[in-house]
Design a protein around this ligand. Structure first.
Ligand SMILES: Nc1ncnc2c1ncn2[C@@H]1O[C@H](COP(=O)(O)OP(=O)(O)OP(=O)(O)O)[C@@H](O)[C@H]1O
Ligand SMILES: [Mg+2]
Length: 153
């Protein structure tokens, strides 16, 4: 499929599979921005993506308090941001969002905290919960370099 697209995420394994697929197409200098309510599955997707690019047993803590966690992969450094506790958009740049994208790739949870100062080459993934939380869907919207890229499921 070529985004924009909607994908059904019936269970946690489906969300993890999406992370693995994205690990195969994410490139240096690019971001994947994960939005959705608390417990939507943002960190589940991020963890699967990080493990696909590092090792299956890589420890992938949620950077809720540290705001960012860095990983080395075979191809490029990968930064995982969780901006939920950001005090303002400037803080994201103080903790190295621009540098992370200069040196490698970034996963960004809670990109709304950037108040529109979003990385230009990004795939937006919005996870929504329906039917009282039983059903999840991901809406994928490509920007910049992500436009026209095909994802194989
Ligand atoms: N289809 C699904 N995809 C992902 N997680 C699911 C799914 N169905 C149920 N879950 C459960 O929902 C929770 C998702 O938690 P996760 O930490 O990934 O969410 P999050 O979006 O990162 O939340 P937060 O905003 O609090 O960081 C997990 O407990 C997981 O087991
Ligand atoms: Mg999370």
């Amino acid at each position: 499929m070529t985004p924009p697209a909607e994908i059904s995420l019936p269970d946690e394994a489906a969300t993890a599979r999406l992370g693995v697929v994205l690990a195969g197409v994410l490139r240096d200098g690019e971001a994947i921005c994960l939005s959705g309510p608390l417990g939507a599955g943002k960190s589940t997707l991020a963890r699967a993506l990080v493990r696909a690019l590092t090792r299956p047993d890589e420890d992938v803590p949620s950077p809720t308090f540290t705001l960012v966690q860095f990983y080395e992969t075979a191809a490029f450094p990968l930064a995982h941001f969780d901006l939920y506790r950001l005090t303002g958009p400037d803080e994201a740049f103080e903790i190295g969002l621009d540098e992370a994208l200069d040196e490698g790739a970034a996963l960004v949870e809670w990109p709304g905290r950037l108040e529109g100062r979003l990385p230009p080459d990004r795939l937006d993934i919005e996870i929504s919960l329906e039917d009282g939380g039983e059903t999840r869907r991901a809406r994928l919207t490509p920007h910049g370099a992500w436009k026209g890229r095909t994802l194989e499921f």
